[in-house]
Write a protein that binds this ligand. Structure first.
Ligand code: ADP
Ligand code: ASP
Ligand code: MG
Length: 401
């Protein structure tokens, strides 16, 4: 079997942890498997580098940020290869470029365009464990790029797809995917299986246990992902294609995204084209908009509200402040969060949203914005109610049963 392992920041967070990962890899190798191991930076390193750069500039060049950020993963990849060699396991560390990962030119949020797996394959053929620095690739100009926060998950899935690996095991500090973040609700239950679509929603809506783009790619390439713990030998959760009878499960999980901000623009001229203008400007600055609400107009103007992820709120503010016509004042609130109910069963059942609204109302939690899709209901609420809302919804749908 050819297996891809990916170890996240906590799993390689100290020299002892790297030694423990080396033992795990050695064991899998001795069981007769071929292995590619993708690693993250030691936990906290990427954030530390970002702070370092801020010391010199409020707006550092994205190209240089990628040079900086990609270095954390090189440290862990080389240390793990050294630890493996010391155990007598033949291993070689590679950067993203050496592993053949080609991306577009969008620095700090690059997309993988292609992978040339020949260098990795030839090392595997020599019996070596290939250790790849995650989260990075190279663009057509030869510059290092990074894949967005949590991007080592994406590296692992893309490599598993390119090498046609049998599975892609993502190791973190939790032993699988739970019905909600077990740090918020200790009664959360581990799932044996979750469909790509549900996992994609949970990840996109804030469950950072897997990076959302990695789940999207796994679905596209049909890569079998398994979420496991590097701290135990527990079974883990398989992420795969949904089966016929899965609609029986109404709600499979609750996600929380604390990193949200809401922008309200008042006195927006109520005329054709104004929304197009505002949101085109935001898109040009690469600001991703999530929920949008527009009120019915009074006296020829209306209020327009939308949410953005917290890390893009400065860009969003700057765009609206620079907008010089047809709008009044702007309010900005980053003390909100988004809580979401996810489940494929919603496709065929009415009333899931009403149940969620009722449960939050009983707790006195005001819902400020709502959005729904076939398999999710998301609500923006005050951040101070985040945990209470998660636990309330978890109980409402009997997820702890
Ligand atoms: P790594 O650093 O290894 O990439 P992350 O910190 O990104 O790991 O992801 C693991 C964390 O995800 C867990 O510690 C847990 O708190 C959080 N998490 C959020 N939602 C869930 C969920 N539904 N199931 C399991 N873990 C979750
Ligand atoms: N080190 C990067 C981050 O912190 C990538 C990763 O861990 O997957 O976002
Ligand atoms: Mg992660």
């Amino acid at each position: 079997m050819l297996i891809v392992h990916k170890y996240g920041g906590t799993s390689v967070g100290s020299l002892e942890r790297i030694a423990s990962v080396a033992s795990r890899v050695e064991k899998a190798k001795k069981e007769g498997n071929d292995l590619v191991v993708v690693v993250s930076a030691m936990s906290g390193e990427t954030n530390k580098f970002i702070e370092f750069a801020k010391h010199f500039s409020d707006n550092p060049s994205k190209r240089e940020m990628d040079m900086l950020l990609s270095s954390g993963e090189r440290v862990t990849a080389s240390l793990l290869a050294i630890a493996l060699q010391e155990k007598g396991v033949d291993a070689i560390a590679m950067t993203g470029r050496q592993a053949g990962i080609n991306t577009d030119t969008m620095h700090t949020y690059a997309r993988i365009e292609s992978i040339d797996p020949s260098a990795m394959q030839s090392e595997i053929d020599k019996g070596r464990v290939v250790v790849v620095a995650g989260f990075q690739g190279i663009n057509k100009d030869g510059a290092v790029t990074t894949l967005g926060r949590g991007g080592s998950d994406l590296s692992a899935v893309a490599i598993a797809g390119a090498l046609k690996a049998d599975s892609c095991e993502i190791y973190s500090d939790v032993d699988g995917i739970y019905t909600t973040d077990p740090r918020i609700e200790p009664k959360a239950k581990k799932m044996d299986f979750i469909s790509y679509d549900e996992m994609l929603e949970l990840a996109s809506l804030g469950a950072k246990v897997l990076q959302n783009r990695s789940v999207e790619l796994a679905k596209k390439l049909n890569v079998k992902m398994i979420a496991k713990s590097s701290f135990s030998d527990a079974e883990g959760t398989v992420i795969g294609e949904e089966s016929e009878n899965m609609e029986a499960v109404l709600v499979s999980g609750i996600a929380l995204d604390r990193n949200q901000a809401r922008v309200t623009i008042r006195e927006v001229a109520d005329r054709p084209g104004i929304a197009a203008e505002i949101f085109t400007k935001l898109a040009e600055e690469q600001v991703n908009i999530d929920m949008i609400i527009q009120n019915a107009s009074a006296d020829g103007t209306t209020n327009l509200g939308f949410t953005v992820s917290g890390c893009q709120s400065d860009q969003a503010k700057a765009v609206i402040e620079a907008f010089d016509h047809d709008i009044g004042s702007m309010d900005f609130d980053d003390s909100v969060c988004k809580v979401s109910v996810v489940g494929v069963g919603m496709k065929s059942h009415a009333g899931v949203a009403a149940t969620a609204f009722t449960a939050l109302a009983h707790e006195g939690i005001n819902i400020e914005m709502i959005s729904t899709s076939e398999i999710k209901v998301s609500m923006v609420i005050a951040e101070k109610y985040a945990e209470l809302a998660v636990r309330t919804l978890h109980q409402t749908y009997n997820l702890d049963a």
